[in-house]
Design a protein around this ligand. Structure first.
Ligand code: XMP
Length: 525
């Protein structure tokens, strides 16, 4: 089961055109949905076996059938309701989706005599200039990834494009508005893929470009007002972009009936706590409770060196502090959370083994007695960033690199003490500052410092020293699930190293982490 089919349906108004992406287990489904939204059409991902009536009840202007890892001729291969193909809604099948449609409508799909992977030359055969390939060259480079192919087209279909080894690389039954692509228009390697999707959305489905973040903010504001009514809400603010933007949006909707609670656990980076207070209390004028819980967390963490124990203790303490504040505030009935669409989609499918107990400061457990207000349940991260900017959050907050809920506690390897936190915070500020100065901040997923639990020998002047070691970690990544170490310029690393050993007292050595994930993880604990 993937996302609930009802997901986001409340956001869809009669004025809001919607395209459904049926997910057949493709790694690219989210990418398809994002591309559609980038073209200003609202999209939702639904599981392949969603009942036809449920899909049609959303009144989609078009449906895209995603790719998938299975072969359509295998027993047990994922199938949608065949009524979809005769529903009259325009369809675009991509890869597996195209093969499934061809099979269902009387064509034939089987193993390709020659598989195609990667950049592939495509020859456009489409005659009329007003179809899928409108405005495009006749010879193009596309991205293929398939072992199966459509051998025989169903009645009524014609070929729109072919490649050297795939006779039916794009197909259509124009009268029934059924389209299929063997290549992937959603990946960036198909440079003109957005044009094909645009032609499908605007030319074939008749969608209007109505999905913008400004229109989202307006709609979401109305919906939050309708949901909360005259009630009161509380929001756990971490300073991260998701909870910050959620707080700003809910404040826009219900004003001072929202109170933000900022639990300062003392594990934040330099300047972060002050920034949260300056932005929310001083700039926005929101009711903000700033809980100084630094000593409490330090006491809990005293003597603890096991990473999992740290995470669990911090998570628990956070909930305790938050619940105390909620009681003090007379326990508002609504809790605002910055949950994102990928979390909602993935929570139903996540089967991966737990590597670390992730503690999300914004994400309090469902067991707390609140009704949830989650305005971003249908948004991708890049959309939330646009919302955040629209709402006037400062760039430094909007463009922040991801930061773990347990904060610096999992970057102080070994015991967390005030002194060790201060060393790490200083070194981390240098890393952040230099990466920003180099203009590479947007090219790396995260860059930070880690304090190691060892001392090593150094020399300063004529004297022997025995100091701390800082590891610098910078990675590139798409989603944090896999990552590679960033090839930072040597002179940047040199500046970082010189500044840390020169400015941070007690540090005599800096090392650069050159491990990828897997086998390492991004954080050290
Ligand atoms: P790892 O270390 O598992 O991290 O490779 C992947 C991404 O997740 C972040 N991370 C966390 N985020 N709570 C969070 O909200 C956590 O407990 C947590 N642990 C790791 C990490 O910074 C990276 O972006």
């Amino acid at each position: 089961m993937l996302a609930s089919p009802r997901l986001g349906a409340d956001l869809v108004r009669s004025t809001q055109d919607l395209v459904v992406v049926l997910d057949f287990g493709a790694q690219y489904s989210q990418l398809i949905a994002r591309r559609i939204r980038e073209l200003h059409v609202y999209s939702l991902i639904l599981p392949f076996d969603t009942a036809l009536e449920e899909i049609l009840a959303l009144r989609p202007k078009g449906i895209i059938l995603s790719g998938g890892a299975a072969s359509v001729y295998e027993p047990g291969a994922p199938r949608c309701d065949p009524g979809l193909f005769t529903s009259g809604v325009p369809l675009l099948g991509i890869c597996y989706g195209m093969q499934l449609m061809a099979q269902a409508l009387g064509g034939e799909t089987g193993p390709a005599p020659r598989k195609e992977f990667g950049r592939t030359r495509l020859y456009v055969d489409e005659l009329a200039g007003d179809g899928l390939f409108r405005g495009l060259e006749r010879r193009l480079l596309c991205w293929m990834s398939h072992g199966d192919t459509v051998h025989r087209l169903p009645p009524g279909f014609e070929t729109l494009a072919h490649s050297d080894h795939c006779p039916h690389a794009a197909v259509a039954d124009r009268a029934r508005r059924l389209y299929g692509l063997q290549f992937h228009p959603e990946v960036s390697h198909t440079a003109w893929g957005a044009d094909v999707l645009r032609n499908f959305l605007y030319g074939i489905c008749g969608c209007a470009p109505s999905w913008t973040m400004t229109s989202f903010v307006e709609r979401a504001t109305q919906e939050i007002r309708a949901q909360v009514g005259g009630g009161r809400a509380i929001c756990a603010l971490s300073g991260g972009v998701d909870s910050s933007a959620a707080a700003a949006l809910v404040f826009r909707a219900i004003g001072e009936r929202l109170t933000c609670v900022f639990v300062d656990h003392g594990l934040l980076r330099r300047g972060e706590a002050d920034q949260v207070v300056a932005v929310f209390r001083d700039h926005f004028g929101m009711p903000l409770v700033h809980v100084d819980a630094r000593q409490r967390f330090l006491e809990r963490l005293r003597g603890v060196t096991d990473p999992e124990q740290k995470r669990v203790l911090i998570g628990r303490e956070f909930i305790t502090v938050f619940a105390e504040e909620a009681s003090r505030l007379g326990r508002p009935e609504f809790l605002v959370q910055g949950t994102l669409y990928p979390d909602v989609i993935e929570s139903g499918t996540r089967t991966a083994a737990r590597i670390k107990t992730h503690h999300n400061v914004g994400g309090l457990p469902a067991a707390l007695p609140f009704r949830l207000v989650e305005p971003f349940r249908t948004l991708f991260k890049d959309e939330v960033r646009v919302v955040a900017r629209t709402l006037g959050l400062p760039d430094a907050m909007v463009d922040r690199h991801p930061f773990p809920g347990p904060g610096l506690a999992i970057r102080v390897v070994g015991e967390v003490t005030e002194e060790r936190l201060a060393i790490l915070r200083h070194a981390d500020a240098i890393v952040t500052e230099e990466i920003r100065r180099s203009g590479l901040a947007r090219d790396v997923w995260q860059a930070f410092a880690v304090l190691l639990p060892v001392h090593t020998v150094g020399v300063a002047g004529d004297a022997r020293t025995y100091g701390h070691v800082i590891a610098v970690r910078a990675v590139t990544s798409q989603d944090g699930m896999t990552a590679d170490w960033a090839r930072l310029p040597a002179d940047l690393l040199e500046t970082v190293s010189n500044r840390i050993t020169g400015e941070v007292r007690g540090v005599s050595r800096v090392v650069y982490d050159i491990s990828s994930k897997p086998p390492a993880t991004i954080e050290w604990e």
